[in-house]
Design a protein around this ligand. Structure first.
Ligand code: AMP
Ligand code: MG
Length: 417
């Protein structure tokens, strides 16, 4: 995708799209599945395809409230048709005798012999109770035909489909009460940083509340993962080694925040190399440059590790663009390509050097065309703007933002599914 690959990125950094592709290429999907009742299956991932047991609609039925009749009878009975049946939804009507019509309601089965339904607005009942039609009527009008949506045996949902509300509605329409879904993916969460304390604890000088644990925990739960929370881990190789071994032994994927840069206090990469392998480090994105991907050696081919930057907005954005598609692929899903469309910038901004910048913006619809405005401060620790933003404006490397120019806008709603 041209917008997320860039010729002038800093050497050694992967383009965003290349990083996504490398992550997806190394994701191994869960295979274990379990049976799940439909009423608690929201957000679960199908482990086997669903084929239609019933054709839809199951019978020819009326699309309108009106009168069912034989078209030919309108020509031969210019004095109107007697209304000899009343067919509400839910009944099984007898055949319609020639030269008569039936009062019928939406969803009710069409009686044998009738070949159209005339909407009640086009009908008139005279003093003798005979029905007259105003206007033209076509054969088959307002009849929903048996199997016109799909026939028995049609594949309705595929393996890897997330069970959202329409999918659950579709399953219910088939009379299905339980489905086979993949087991929940277990993700261990490790927050590194000597400066971190949990909300609720006393904040001493130089300390900082841990935002990433709660934020990433919520994002993982939204994706239907089971979170194995390993809390805050001190910035020492020994502490990190212990935490990563525990994480590897208790989860399918490990996410670790902080300590992924190259300073003396950053231990993730050396400990990862000791316990497994570093697959790549560094992505040409701002925020999010230090994002790291590797694998901790262990049983069954080991456990993948996503090293997310400590700054909360960098953690959020690398989760959305890189971590989430990887986790979805591990869950058995087929992640979607990034959704984006062109939007005008309503501001100026300096060029991001050697990386794509993802500016947190709000779309302003006050004018004819939507215009992107900065949602607030753009520092990689500034969650307040991320809370206001409804998308990211993707600025290509080394390109200053000019007011009125078009840039790719990535709506954040795409990450909520
Ligand atoms: P690091 O990636 O460890 O160099 O951290 C970068 C910045 O993010 C530092 O200012 C850290 O204090 C901050 N940070 C790291 N982890 C967290 C966290 N879990 N919650 C909030 N801020 C964090
Ligand atoms: Mg740190």
């Amino acid at each position: 995708m041209s917008c997320v690959s860039c010729a002038t990125s800093i050497p050694g950094l992967l383009d965003i799209e290349e990083a996504r592709q490398r992550l997806l290429a190394s994701a191994r999907s869960l295979t274990a599945s379990e049976t799940c009742r439909l009423d608690v299956a929201s957000g679960r991932i199908l482990a086997s395809p669903i084929h239609a047991r019933l054709a839809m609609p199951g019978t020819d039925n009326s699309a309108m409230d009106g009168y069912a009749l034989r078209l030919v009878d309108l020509d031969t009975h210019s004095d109107g048709l007697p209304v000899i049946q009343r067919i509400p939804a839910g009944c099984a009507p007898p055949p319609l005798p020639e030269g008569s019509c039936a009062r019928i309601f939406t969803g009710a089965p069409i009686p044998a012999g009738a070949d159209c339904v005339v909407p009640q607005e086009c009908c008139h009942i005279d003093d003798q109770g005979r029905m007259h039609v105003q206007g033209e009527v076509l054969a088959g009008a307002n009849i929903r035909r048996h199997g016109e949506e799909y026939l028995e045996g049609t594949t309705l949902l595929s393996t890897g489909q997330r069970l959202d509300a329409p999918a659950l509605g579709l399953l219910a329409s088939q009379g299905i009460v339980e489905v086979e879904v993949f087991v929940r993916l277990k993700v261990a969460l490790v927050s590194t940083g000597n400066e971190l304390v949990e909300p609720g604890a006393h904040l001493a000088a130089g300390q900082l509340y841990n935002s990433n644990r709660i934020m990433l925990g919520a994002l993982l739960q939204q994706q239907g993962c089971t979170v194995v929370d390993l809390g805050i881990v001190a910035d020492t190789p020994a502490a990190l080694r212990g935490a990563l071994c525990q994480a590897r032994d208790s989860a399918d994927v490990v996410i670790c925040t902080g300590g992924v840069s190259v300073g003396e206090e950053d231990h993730t990469r050396p400990v990862l190399t000791e316990l497994g392998e570093l697959i790549f480090h560094g992505v040409a994105m701002k925020p999010g440059k230090p994002f790291t991907f590797g694998r901790l050696h262990g049983a069954d081919g080991g456990v993948p590790l996503l090293g997310m930057p400590g700054n909360p907005v960098a953690s959020l954005v690398t989760w959305q663009l890189l971590g989430q598609p990887f986790v979805q692929a591990c869950q058995g899903r087929y992640p979607r390509p990034l959704q984006q469309f062109s939007v005008k910038a309503g501001f100026r901004h300096r060029a991001p050097h050697g990386r794509h910048e993802l500016l947190r913006v709000v779309l302003d619809h006050a004018e004819l065309e939507p215009v992107a405005r900065l949602a607030g401060g753009q520092g990689s620790a500034m969650l307040s703007a991320a809370c206001q933003a409804n998308g990211y404006l993707m600025i290509p490397c080394d390109m200053p933002v000019m007011e009125g120019n078009d840039y790719a806008f990535l709506p954040v709603t795409q990450f909520a599914i």
